[in-house]
Design a protein around this ligand. Sequence first.
Ligand SMILES: NC(=O)c1ccc[n+]([C@@H]2O[C@H](COP(=O)([O-])OP(=O)(O)OC[C@H]3O[C@@H](n4cnc5c(N)ncnc54)[C@H](OP(=O)(O)O)[C@@H]3O)[C@@H](O)[C@H]2O)c1
Length: 255
Amino acid sequence: MSGFAADLLQGKTFLVTGASSGIGAAAAREIAAVGARVIVSGRDSERLQGLIAQLPARDHMCAPLALENPDRVADWCTELALKEQGLDGIFHAAGMELIRPVRLTKETQLQRMLQSSLYAAFGLARAAASKGVMKESGASLVFMSSVAGLRGQSGMTAYSAVKAGIDGLVRSLAVELARQRIRVNSIAAGAVRTEMHNRLLKVLGADAIADYEDRHLLGFGEPGDIASAAVYLLSELSRWVTGTTWVVDGGYTLR
Ligand SMILES: NC(=O)c1ccc[n+]([C@@H]2O[C@H](COP(=O)([O-])OP(=O)(O)OC[C@H]3O[C@@H](n4cnc5c(N)ncnc54)[C@H](OP(=O)(O)O)[C@@H]3O)[C@@H](O)[C@H]2O)c1
């Protein structure tokens, strides 16, 4: 358990993308555990329904969507939010990994990375800026970024570019939406044990994995470590925090 008050987000509604797996699923659980209603999104409806079945009953909703086109994401999010009389926040966790030397990276692979992460973030941002989509009393947008956007690593050129793009989007969007009382932040995570993480480890040998974990001074993280950071940024506890990229990486970027 996170230690947040059980009613921290009571009466509020949050959209969580990437909720069918890993960090997004953990965040949806944590948000629901502190009293809020969640609208969970991803492509795998069965996993989303399975997640909802485990949450404390509170009229949670499943809204599957393949994130491809920012205009479509903006329309989808706007329609969803207006039906709900506005959202209190969005946690955009959806994303995909790619480890590939730049000379072998094809445009289609770059496109898929952009679509699930940066284009979707842009579509959600456009929706959030429209009247009635976010609550006028105040709202929070939190986007998943990565330490890969801050540090170089071979084979991560496309992924790093996409995550650095998220951090850049956050800074200007925070300025643009401040007057609408919408705060905007990103979380730059280190390696967190999820399905994505397992896929990344598959291409590394035992020594490389040990070295990778060693560079995380506190070891690899758990999805709950990021979920707690997301709940803090979505809640009023962070009412004076906007435009930041919060590094939550077990000490990875220190050396
Ligand atoms: N795990 C890490 O070490 C780590 C570190 C730094 C940052 N991150 C970031 O944290 C976020 C979550 O990662 P994770 O580790 O939890 O990954 P994960 O377990 O692989 O989950 C990824 C989620 O994104 C969704 N998704 C992917 N492409 C999508 C698309 N085109 N349309 C709709 N949904 C899509 C997946 O939905 P479906 O399965 O339903 O398609 C799934 O719910 C990502 O943005 C990732 O880049 C992860």
